[in-house]
Design a protein around this ligand. Structure first.
Ligand code: 5GP
Length: 211
C-alpha cells in the first residue's frame, strides 16, 4: 500500500543549521515538499520573496489570520511568522512528506491540531558552537544575536515536547538520520489507521467467506 504523505515539523535554535539540513534533504530525496512561511520580518541580504519566505506587512498578515488561511502562526523576536494552509494541504494530498521549518510555539499548535505530525528538534552539539555559527553567519547585529541566544535558552525548555532530537554536527549524516526517522514514523501504527481498518475489514470478509 502506498503511504500517504506526513507532516514533519523541524525546529531548532536559530543557527542550528535547520535551513541547510532541509535544503540537503530536498536535494537528496524526492519525497519532500517544503512549506514556505509568511513573515513580517524584513528580508536578509540574498533572500527573495516567495523563496525563503513570503514577506508581508503586519496588516496583510493579520488579514490572513482573520481569513483562517494559516495552519499556525507565532510571534518570534517581534515579528509574525505563519504557515499558509493551502500549499500544505495540496502537497499532503499529492503524497509528499511536507516539512514545516518553524519555531516551538507554532510546532506545539500544529501538534495540537494535527496530532499525527512528526516533531523533530535539531540542535548543534553545544551552546558554544551555536554562538559561533550565529556570529559566523554575519547576517545579524550583535544585538539580534544576543536576542536569539536568549530565545534559545527559552526554547531549550520545550525540547521534550518533540518526538525526536537530532544533533547536527555533520550535515550528511544528520540528513540521513532525519530521513530514516521519517521513514520509520511513516510505519507507525498511529499513522496507518486507514490501512489497519481496511485489513481488519478484509480479514473479516474473508473469514466469513471461509465458513
Ligand atoms: P528566521 O528569522 O531566522 O528566518 O526565523 C526565525 C524563527 O522563525 C525560526 O526558528 C524559524 O524556524 C521560525 N519560523 C519560520 N517560519 C515559521 C512559521 O511559519 N511559523 C512559525 N511558528 N515559526 C516559523
Amino acid at each position: 500500500m502506498k503511504h500517504k504523505g506526513i507532516l514533519i515539523v523541524i525546529s531548532g535554535f536559530s543557527g542550528a543549521g535547520k535551513g541547510t539540513l532541509v535544503k540537503q534533504l530536498m536535494k537528496t530525496y524526492n519525497n519532500y515538499a517544503l512549506s514556505i512561511s509568511m513573515t513580517t520580518r524584513s528580508p536578509r541580504p540574498g533572500e527573495s520573496d516567495g523563496v525563503e519566505y513570503f514577506f508581508s506587512t503586519r496588516e496583510n498578515f493579520e488579514k490572513k489570520i482573520a481569513e483562517d488561511g494559516l495552519i499556525e502562526y507565532a510571534q518570534y523576536c517581534g515579528n509574525y511568522y505563519g504557515t499558509p494552509k493551502s500549499y500544505v494541504e495540496q502537497q499532503l494530498e499529492a503524497g509528499k512528506d511536507v516539512i514545516l521549518e518553524i519555531e516551538i510555539q507554532g510546532a506545539l499548535k500544529v501538534k495540537e491540531k494535527l496530532p499525527e505530525t512528526l516533531l523533530l528538534f535539531v540542535t548543534p552539539p553545544s551552546a558554544k558552537v551555536l554562538r559561533e555559527r550565529l556570529v559566523g553567519r554575519g547576517t545579524e547585529t550583535m544585538e539580534v544575536i544576543e536576542q536569539r541566544m536568549s530565545r534559545a535558552v527559552e526554547e531549550s525548555q520545550g525540547i521534550e515536547a518533540y518526538d525526536y532530537l537530532v544533533v547536527n554536527d555533520d550535515l550528511q549524516s544528520c540528513t540521513e538520520e532525519i530521513h530514516q526517522i521519517v521513514q520509520s514514523a511513516k510505519c507507525a501504527s498511529v499513522r496507518n489507521v486507514e490501512f489497519i481498518d481496511q485489513i481488519r475489514n478484509e480479514l473479516e470478509q474473508l473469514s466469513k467467506g471461509d465458513k
